[in-house]
Structures are given as C-alpha cells and as structure tokens.
Design a protein around this ligand. Structure first.
Ligand SMILES: C[S@@+](CC[C@H](N)C(=O)[O-])C[C@H]1O[C@@H](n2cnc3c(N)ncnc32)[C@H](O)[C@@H]1O
Length: 405
C-alpha cells in the first residue's frame, strides 16, 4: 500500500466465495476454495511482478544478443520466441503460467468428478422443466479443430461426456474461469456479455433486435446478459459441445431466464436458419478456437442469416497488426504454443476488416471499438492500483463487427 495515497500496490483478485452460485453450480469445499484462491492470486502475482521481467530480459539481454549475433534486429515474432525460449527468466514465468493452468484444470476436474452424478441429475431435472428450449443433435460431429487437443488444457475439452448426461467438464469451466480471469469477469463470469449489451444499448438506442444469435455460446455466460438486456428478443445460443449446452440450459432455467434457447449446431453450417432471419449475430472469445477454413464458412453464414440493418459483433483479444511490436505479438501468442490454443496465432493475424468485407459487409459499415468487462466483483469505492496487462488474458477486448446495410 502506498502510505500517502492509500493506493494498493496490486489489485488482488476477489475472494472465490464471492462467485455467484446457482442450482447446478458445483459444490466447492473449503480446501477447493483455498486452492482456487491460491491459483487466482498466483496468476495475478505472475502478471504483476514476473511477466514485466520478460520485457526487461528482452530489452537487456535477448535483443542485444540477437543483434550482436545476426547483425540485424528480429524480423518475425517466431524469431523472438526462439530467442526468448533460451532466457531463464522467461522459462520460469512460462513454466509457472503453464502450471497454474494445469493446476486450475486438475483442481476443477477433481472437484467436479467427485460430484459428477449429482450434477448430471440436477441438470437433467432442470432441463426437463423446459425441454423445448434445448435442442441437441447427438450425431453432430465435433470439428477437428476442437477434438485434436484439450482446449486450454481442459481435459476432454468441450465435448467429452464420461457417461450419458455427464456435465462435469462444463461445471469445471463454469467454476474455474474465475481463477484464470482473476475474478475480473464478475460474479456470473458474464462481464463480456454485459459490456457488449451495454455498448449496443448506448450506441444504437433505436436498434430493437427481435432475434439474437450467440455463436459458440459455451455454457451461456455471455449469452444470458443479452437475453436480460433485450427481454423482448428471442436469443439462441449455439455450440457444438453437448455437455456445455445441457449445463448452460439448466443454468439458464435455474436463473429464471426464459427468452433463451440452446442448440447443438456447428456454426460452419447454419442451413437450419433462413436467410436474413437474425437481427444480431454475436461471437465472444470464439473465433480464435476455429480454423482459418472454418472462419471463412462461419463468416459467410453470419452474413447470410443477418437481416438488412442487422448487426454482427465479435469480441476477441487484440489482433496482431504491423504496428504491434514483435515483442508484444510474441508475448500475446504464448497461448498458441503453451495453452493448447493452436489457432490463436493464425486467427490474430487475420485482418478482420478484410474478413468481414469478404463475406459481404461494406467497408463504410465496419465497426471497431474497445470493451471492458462490466465486473460486479469490483469495489468502486476503494482506490485501485494501476491495471496490469496480462497479455492474452485481460478482461479488456477488441470488438469488431459491422452493420449489414
Ligand atoms: C472459449 S469458448 C467461449 C464460450 C462463450 N462464448 C463465452 O464467452 O463464455 C468457445 C466455444 O466455442 C465453441 N465452438 C468452437 N467451434 C465451434 C463451431 N464450429 N460451432 C459451434 N461452436 C463452436 C466451443 O465448443 C466452445 O464452447
């Protein structure tokens, strides 16, 4: 604490007990809570005190050594990666960052597996109360870009069911995102959805969407804020992950949100939806998990199903541009190599304006803006330390999109 200003030296993550519970939220024991608190704080410690040392190592050692050896500066972020991989400070930070993710996944996995049958029963009971708003397709094939690895080290990824009706992975996802994000996404981990709903309400007050599609909705963390902000709209969340949808639907029923439907569909083929049938198509932290080919298909489908004067928005971490220093590109790209996000780098290299225009949007109707999580865990009455950039993890996003005019 700075004695004069009372400003803390670091903003500590909120305690895990602040997370909002609902009927299908897993039971978290005292020790499991302590483990999650430890990991959230370790993540914050790494971002605040250890990660800045990577830049110092780059400036003081890695770059000068490279220039001395090669007679020129770095030309690609891959060259930066190969050189930084030899640096002991970077090695320590990267190993710890990877370990916190593995520990968080294993902590959530053991917690949800010990109660997997209870969770499955609770979810089935809630889903039976509103069967018409959960449309599953047990024959849907999981796209290869989701099945070839465990996304962000989550064992079994989004699609695995260990027994009929198992939702333990989805419950793990729900309970553990608080740890990775340091609680910055709010009590219901919905700060992104709230931020985008708030942007639309203030920037397009005359826009009254009747049908909203949230592609890659997961368990609906960021879908439900859209349904709440636009209570007269029909909101559809779609995903390929059956367990995510079962859990997400039960969560929505438990939270009393009625204008939302969950559907198991691959976003690359939306032929069940007619041309021009949605007012708003949203994706949140989704595109980076798909392949380059899938992005083309998904982009074309979004444009096709959007009504004239409709809106499409995409929330992601910032794209890599020619103006972004190679060091920053390299550090932001860490997840691609060490957090099982193999499409992360390729997606962040795409020029999103070109992508949107290639699907049919006009350049003059493109949008781009920043969004910050609306975080109800924050205590706005207390002084805050300056914010720390946790590259690739911050609850501050780049939003791009377009009106279809
Ligand atoms: C990182 S999660 C984001 C979930 C959610 N949007 C959120 O903000 O919490 C990405 C989700 O996209 C889904 N997904 C990936 N590719 C998909 C595809 N082709 N069609 C439908 N869903 C897909 C995954 O199953 C996963 O649930």
């Amino acid at each position: 604490m700075d004695a004069k200003s009372q400003t803390p030296a670091v903003n500590l993550p909120p305690v895990y007990s602040l997370i909002a519970r609902h009927e299908v939220f897993p039971e978290v024991s005292h020790d499991e809570t302590a483990r999650y608190n430890f990991l959230a704080n370790l993540n914050r410690h790494l971002a605040t005190y250890i990660s800045p040392g990577n830049k110092i190592a780059f400036d003081k050692r890695v770059q000068p050594n490279f220039v001395a050896e090669h007679g020129r500066d770095f030309q690609t972020r891959d060259e930066v990666k190969e050189a930084m991989k030899q640096d002991p400070h970077y090695q320590s930070w990267a190993a710890l960052r990877r370990s916190t993710m593995e520990m968080r996944q294993q902590g959530g996995r053991s917690m949800t597996l010990r109660q997997a049958e209870d969770l499955a029963k609770k979810v089935a009971n809630l889903n039976a109360k509103s069967p018409e708003t959960l449309i599953l397709d047990p024959n849907l094939k999981t796209p290869y870009y989701l099945s070839i690895m465990d996304n962000h080290c989550m064992p079994g990824s989004y699609h695995t069911e260990l027994f009929e009706g198992d939702v333990s992975n989805a419950a793990n996802y729900d309970s553990g995102l608080f740890v990775t994000s340091g609680g910055m996404l709010g009590k219901y981990t919905d700060g992104g959805g709230k931020a985008i709903a708030s942007w639309v309400l203030s920037n397009a007050p005359d826009f009254k969407p009747k049908r909203i599609l949230d592609i890659g909705c997961g368990i609906g963390h960021n879908t439900l804020p859209l349904a709440t902000a636009f209570p007269d709209a029909e909101v559809i969340g779609l995903d390929t992950g059956g367990p995510m949808l079962k859990y997400g639907h039960a969560r929505a029923v438990a939270l009393g949100i009625k204008n939302v439907k969950f559907m198991q569909i691959n976003a690359e083929n939306l032929s069940m939806f007619e041309n021009e049938s949605f007012d708003w198509v949203q994706t949140t932290m989704f595109l980076h998990e798909t392949s380059s080919k899938a992005m083309v298909n998904i982009g074309n489908e979004i444009f096709r199903i959007l009504k004239p004067n409709g809106l499409s928005l995409h929330i992601e971490q910032p794209q890599y541009t020619a103006e972004m220093p190679l060091y920053e590109q390299f550090i932001r790209d860490w997840d691609a190599f060490y957090n099982n996000e193999p499409f992360w780098g390729a997606m962040h290299d795409v020029d999103m304006n070109d992508w949107m225009i290639s699907t049919g949007f006009k350049r003059e109707n493109l949008l781009q803006f920043g969004a910050r999580s609306i975080n109800d865990n924050e205590d706005h009455t207390k002084p805050k330390a300056p914010e720390v950039e946790d590259h690739g993890r911050s609850a501050i996003w780049n939003v791009f999109g377009a009106w279809k005019k």
